[in-house]
Design a protein around this ligand. Structure first.
Ligand SMILES: Cc1ncc(COP(=O)(O)O)c(C=O)c1O
Length: 362
């Protein structure tokens, strides 16, 4: 076939998701395996969301509300912004894609921290623009480095806070001085997929900087703290002018009926949110103490995952952990050949992880 695919599409490496449990069990002939690789919520979905979805099944013959009215209203009340400032997405992934489609074209540059969430690069490339990578500094996003690299070609900047895969955050103070120095024409995307887990008192909530004169977009998701990764629902908060533009490139029914209903209920489910946050903080404390006892080096985090320096080939550690029935992520492809990333699991999963890592690396 001669499909004449443009080079910018051929340059994209397909996103490689965490290995699914079913695939591991099939390949290795084992049962009872655990997945600590995709920063998911191990408690399951919010029970209130699950119940609301069960009740809504009979409505599936209808299209969803294309304006997302009820969910947008609840989000706007919770965040104290106007409904006109919110756009829903089929996961926040979709909003990253919509923003790239809307703002980027060949010849433009987008600045990305490196390493960070891989979808930024994929979406930038899809639109034919170029990714410019600014390496992290001590595992944190280098805002000064980003600032210095801005040129007339720079159209968009991504800040992942907390950063995936390192779990580090940028401070309010650094972000404020960054905002002051970035030209108004540059679109700033702050991805806060893990914000609910941040313990740092000085944490940045970029929604506080929403301003009609500044192209600042905050991304949030129901995939992590609310336990709804499989439902695919996320949202962006931005000036009204940008929601108007995004609504031109958005598919009319991009947030499914069950996703809207489930997310509305999840927002009400404060008990589940609290339980999740406690589980993550207790799990991190347990894992860090256990690693300290074993003398295994790890890095502090503000998210529900963290990096471990295994001081060995991370791909091999990944393979050997699989044989123990534990799925984690090797950070080799992120530029850290001897680091792995693991997310907090249920208490018993955390114990299994510690037993397995002890066997595999010590
Ligand atoms: C930093 C970051 N942003 C966005 C996403 C995607 O979230 P969603 O499930 O809402 O598409 C992830 C998922 O892992 C992530 O780590």
């Amino acid at each position: 076939m001669n499909l004449s695919i443009p080079d910018h599409i051929l340059s994209i490496k397909p996103y490689s998701p965490g290995k699914p449990l079913e695939e591991l069990e099939r390949e290795y002939g084992i049962g009872n395996s655990i997945k600590l690789a995709s920063n998911e919520n191990p408690l399951g979905p919010s029970p209130m969301a699950a119940e609301a979805i069960r009740c809504a099944i009979e409505k599936l013959n209808r299209y969803p509300d294309g304006s997302g009215h009820d969910l947008i209203k609840r989000i706007s009340e919770k965040l104290e912004v106007r409904p006109e400032n919110i756009v829903l997405g089929n996961g926040s992934d979709e909003i990253i894609g919509m923003l790239a489609r809307l703002f980027l074209q060949p010849g433009d540059e987008a600045i990305l921290p490196q390493p960070s969430f891989l979808m930024y690069d994929i979406m930038v490339r899809c639109s034919g623009a170029a990714s410019v990578y600014i390496p992290l500094k001590s595992l944190s996003i280098n805002l000064d480095g980003i600032k210095e690299r801005i040129t007339p070609k720079t159209r968009m900047v991504f800040v992942c806070n907390p950063n995936n895969p390192t779990g580090t955050v940028v401070s309010k103070k650094d972000f404020e001085s960054f905002l002051k120095d970035i030209p108004q024409r540059v679109i700033i995307v702050v991805d806060e997929a893990y914000i609910e887990f941040v313990r740092d008192e000085n944490f940045l909530d970029s929604v506080n900087y929403l301003d009609s004169d500044r192209a600042l977009i905050t991304l949030r998701t129901f995939s992590k703290a609310y336990g709804l990764a499989g439902l695919r629902i996320g949202y962006g908060i931005m000036p009204e002018e940008i929601t108007g533009l995004l609504n031109r490139v958005r598919q009319p029914f991009n947030a499914s009926l069950l996703a809207q209903i489930g997310a509305c209920a999840a927002l009400e489910d404060e008990v589940f949110l609290k339980k999740t946050i406690n589980m993550v903080h207790e799990g991190l404390d347990f894992l860090h103490n256990a690693l300290d006892r074993l003398g295994i080096e790890y890095f502090p985090t503000q998210a529900n995952f963290f990096l471990i320096d295994v001081k060995k080939d991370a791909d091999e550690v990944f393979e050997n952990m699989l044989r123990q029935g534990v799925i984690i992520r090797s950070m080799r492809s992120y530029g850290y050949p001897e680091y792995i990333r693991v997310n907090v699991g249920l208490a018993e999963e955390n114990v299994r992880f510690i037993k397995a890592i002890e066997k595999v690396i010590l």
